[in-house]
Design a binder for this molecule. Structure first.
Ligand SMILES: *Cc1c(COP(=O)(O)O)cnc(C)c1O
Length: 375
């Protein structure tokens, strides 16, 4: 059997272990320390603008704290892009709030501004203005920032920018992760850079960052004894994990370049197959192409191809199953136009790691060509 080709696996630079060794040598084995500060500074210089970073245990915990910082509590409604990973929506429920799912547009696969406005108007008419909007740059493709933020501004609703998949992407020259009232990043094992597990909250002011860190470290008030006037969380990133992050930051740009090259490779390799299409970058959009996705002409073709690749020991995965189709969210209100359902039916993510070799890419190419020659 050929060796397994993964969808997206960790890719170390070689610099990570020096930072971890330093943490051990100086006994900074704690959820604070020089690597945490260093990693936050690295992210801040990368994102630029006025970003204040709190390094956390995960992207999910960053989303949870974002909702808390925006004052989302039990009984509130929060709008969330339906086409996303479940971690975008779960923290809404942690707060006892209700997710309201909104469909995508076909030009970015992200939040549709028209459906968004329909949803907001309807929720207001039903007596409840949504407390926040969670917008996602899925697979690294920026959402339609101008249109989405215009709608949000009209109704004065804050945006949480889920940038878990889009570190290194930009829109009209501005980095993803700097548009939202708050934004989040993820460094989970399969993301464009990884710390094995981790995330960050990106805040527009130092005061908000400090509040996030306060809540993430058990909400300890300033007193010699342990004094608490808020419910706290244990959500801070450890100094060991942050050392991996500092090493990863040294090669982020080359990871983006390689993932974009993977996407170009697939586009060239399959341009003669008219049952395969790709999502192109609209003018002004720059995607990190975290995952290379293709659309097939039907569910049957997509599922047939997935199984054919599996036989060759090549991992592929259907695009995210929309949240409005998830059993756990079956009672949530949703505003749909059919786009995310169709993407789920026909879409497939191909191996996309920044560590894929030419031999591996050519194995994927051959397997897909053979499949289409047969059918
Ligand atoms: C990975 C991911 C998250 C969650 O990040 P974790 O670090 O895994 O908790 C949230 N949203 C999206 C879109 C993601 O892909």
């Amino acid at each position: 059997m050929n060796e397994k080709i993964w969808l997206s696996s960790p890719h170390m630079s070689g610099n990570e272990q020096a930072y971890i060794k330093e943490a051990f040598d100086t006994n900074w084995v704690a959820p604070l320390g020089p690597n945490v500060n260093g990693f936050e500074n690295d992210l801040q210089s990368y994102l630029g603008k006025e970003s204040h970073i709190a390094a956390l245990a995960s992207g999910t915990s960053a989303l949870h704290l974002s909702l808390i910082l925006l004052g989302v509590t039990a009984g509130d409604e929060v709008i969330c892009q339906s086409k996303t990973f479940s971690a975008s929506a779960n923290p809404i429920v942690y707060q006892g709030a209700t997710p309201v799912f909104v469909d995508s547009e076909s030009t970015t696969w992200n939040l549709c501004p028209i459906q968004l406005e329909i949803a907001i108007k309807d929720r207001i008419a039903k007596g409840k203005k949504p407390k926040a909007i969670i917008a996602v740059h899925l697979y690294g493709m920026p959402y339609n920032v101008d249109a989405i933020h215009k709608v949000a501004k009209t109704y004065d609703i804050p945006i949480i920018e889920d940038s878990a998949e889009s570190l290194g992407s930009h829109y009209k020259g501005q980095n993803c992760g700097t548009f939202g009232d708050l934004a989040i990043l993820s460094f989970n094992g399969n993301k464009i850079i990884t710390t094995s597990g981790g995330g960050a909250l990106v805040a527009p002011t130092k005061a908000l960052k400090d509040k996030a860190v306060f809540l993430a470290t058990q909400a300890r008030d300033n007193a010699p004894h342990y004094l608490h006037s808020h419910i706290g969380y244990n959500y801070r990133m450890s100094n060991i994990v942050a050392g991996i992050g500092r090493g990863q930051m040294t090669i982020l740009d080359s990871h983006v370049a390689k993932r974009r090259a993977n996407h170009e490779f697939y586009k060239n390799a399959f341009q003669h197959i008219d049952k395969i299409s790709f999502l192109s970058e609209p003018e002004g959009y720059f995607s990190n192409r975290w995952l290379s996705c293709i659309l097939l002409d039907s569910y049957d073709t997509r599922e047939g191809l997935r199984l054919a690749l599996e036989k060759e020991n090549i991992e592929s995965r259907p695009l995210w199953k929309p949240m409005h189709q998830q059993p756990v969210f079956k009672d949530a209100p949703s505003y749909l136009n059919g786009v995310s359902d169709e993407l789920f039916e026909k879409g497939l993510c191909l191996p996309s790691g920044s560590n894929l070799s030419d031999v591996e890419l050519n194995r994927v190419k051959t397997a897909i060509n053979v499949y289409f020659e047969k059918c």
